[in-house]
Design a protein around this ligand. Structure first.
Ligand SMILES: [Zn+2]
Length: 129
């Protein structure tokens, strides 16, 4: 039984697929694989899942953000008077964040940036999706 699990796993099957074909829980199979020392790395798992069609490759969905320069950040705080642009909360009462007004995180132009408290920023986000 263990040999069959190991050969199916090294042949590219996932623990879930193996669990479906034999009468064992996914957890038990994972334990056997881990004990045998043949656990796949995350990137190998990801590659296999894409090859087999279980996952889709989603390139570019999470592009890295442009870093906000310290001087720009400082200027935003000066412009907004250190408080949330919506409710007026200050850093004493809430976590303060810099918000991109047009929701484009790469548009770091000064007139596109404002200070929001964490609550207002989250509210704005959930309102936009
Ligand atoms: Zn606020």
């Amino acid at each position: 039984m263990i040999n069959r699990i190991i050969s199916e796993y090294t042949g590219g099957k996932s623990c879930i697929q193996i669990a479906e074909s034999i009468n064992l829980s996914i957890r038990k199979i994972q334990r056997i694989i881990a004990k045998a020392g043949i656990m796949r790395s995350k990137s190998e798992t990801f590659k296999l899942a894409i090859q087999s069609g279980r996952m889709k490759y989603t390139k570019g969905i999470k592009a890295p953000r442009k870093r906000l320069q310290d001087k720009v950040r400082y200027q935003v705080f000066l412009n907004c008077g250190n408080k949330c642009n919506i409710c007026g909360n200050t850093a004493e009462h809430a976590r303060i964040q810099i918000d991109h007004i047009d929701n484009n995180h790469n548009n770091n132009a000064l007139d596109n940036l404002q200070i929001l408290c964490e609550l207002c920023n989250r509210g704005k986000y959930y309102n936009s999706i």
